[in-house]
Design a protein around this ligand. Structure first.
Ligand SMILES: Nc1ncnc2c1ncn2[C@@H]1O[C@H](COP(=O)(O)OP(=O)(O)OP(=O)(O)O)[C@@H](O)[C@H]1O
Length: 323
């Protein structure tokens, strides 16, 4: 199990990580998500003993990285796929890593095969694509047959086949009883990969959620309905306090600001009003919508089309840590 407790790290004026607490449990893939500059990489660097926190702790199976006996067999890490010496082959790089980590050199061939690089193992890494370097980074992480994995943006640079492969690999690793902590900006991908989400903004926890619960609770659900007399439905919906929006093709989008509106409820209202229903569909927001809803007030950087300044003043961060 990976446990982060009250972790803080400041760089000058910037509070990169601010009293952050979360867990990544054995047997689960935990997605670690937040906007640019949220503090994900800093947290992972502290977890892996590459930086010291100003306060709090980050532990793997109850110990900070520096106190682990044979750390490469406790936790495998993929932090930056770009750091391998370009003149080295993948095999030479992994042999060097195995020597440093006092790991049996026989593991090198095993991990090369496991990540699908056995056919190109003697080529210089400088000629590798980013996707191949990600696979090599993962091979390095696996050298010590670690109990747990910590992966920073492992899907970067992978083609669709590579993304599919990485997703299955990550899921399988967790299903074997290991904790897998994965940071990613690809939230739609995380919804397919992660069991749990730890969402952070400006260094602070926004919440920990089951992935399904996160999408359900944070993304708006509306009911798209097409009837023969929309004005009758509009009146009936307004009477109940539901929000009504006209969408294309004569359909209405209904939602309840209090939440919980579903297709049977709308169907019953239509039936009671004697309406002919031509369409009745639940429309769910995507994980991206949910993410924006959760982190919208803690973005450090925004796209120009949102019209907000890049250095907009910080807003209060919600820190409800859902169970
Ligand atoms: N070595 C450093 N010196 C100064 N500031 C830093 C340093 N490392 C990180 N920061 C700052 O700390 C904050 C958190 O950065 P961090 O890289 O941890 O965020 P992140 O969530 O990983 O971002 P991204 O998704 O863009 O990689 C940012 O404001 C960043 O500029």
């Amino acid at each position: 199990m990976i446990e982060v407790e009250g972790l803080s790290r400041r760089y000058g004026e910037t509070m990169a990580v601010d009293s952050l607490s979360f867990t990544a449990e054995d047997g689960l893939v935990t997605g670690f998500v937040g906007p640019n500059g949220a503090g994900k990489s800093t947290t992972l660097r502290i977890l892996l003993g590459l930086e010291r926190p100003d306060g709090g702790s980050a532990c793997i199976d109850g110990h900070p990285y520096g106190a682990l006996d044979r750390p490469m067999s406790r936790v495998g890490a993929l932090l930056d796929a770009g750091w391998v010496h370009p003149g080295r082959s993948a095999r030479a790089h992994l042999r060097w890593l195995s020597q440093v980590g006092r790991i049996d050199a026989d593991r090198v061939d095993t991990v090369l095969t496991r990540v699908g690089l056995d056919g190109v193992a003697d080529r210089r890494v400088g000629g590798y694509s980013l996707g191949m370097r990600q696979r090599l980074g993962l091979a390095g992480a696996l050298l010590g047959e670690p109990a747990h994995l910590v992966l920073d943006e492992p899907l970067n640079g992978l083609d669709p086949d590579g993304v599919h492969w990485m997703r299955r690999f990550i899921r399988h690793y967790a299903e074997c009883g290991n904790a897998v902590l994965v940071s990613s900006h690809l939230l739609s991908e995380m919804s397919l990969t992660a069991d749990r989400l730890v969402v952070i903004g400006r260094g602070s926890l926004i919440g920990q959620y089951d992935t399904d619960e996160f999408v359900r609770s944070m993304s708006a659900t509306s009911i798209r309905v097409r009837v023969d007399r929309p004005e009758v439905l509009r009146d009936a919906a307004c009477t109940r306090g539901w929000a009504v929006e006209a969408t294309g093709a004569g359909a209405l989008a209904l939602s309840d600001p209090a939440g919980g509106l579903d297709t049977p409820s709308v169907g019953r209202v239509c039936f009671a009003a004697g309406l002919r229903v031509d369409e009745l569909t639940e429309v769910r927001g995507s994980l991206e919508d949910a993410f924006l809803a959760a982190t919208g007030d803690v973005l450090d950087y925004r796209s120009p089309e949102t019209g907000h300044a890049v250095d907009a003043p910080p807003a209060a961060v919600r820190t409800e840590a859902a169970g």
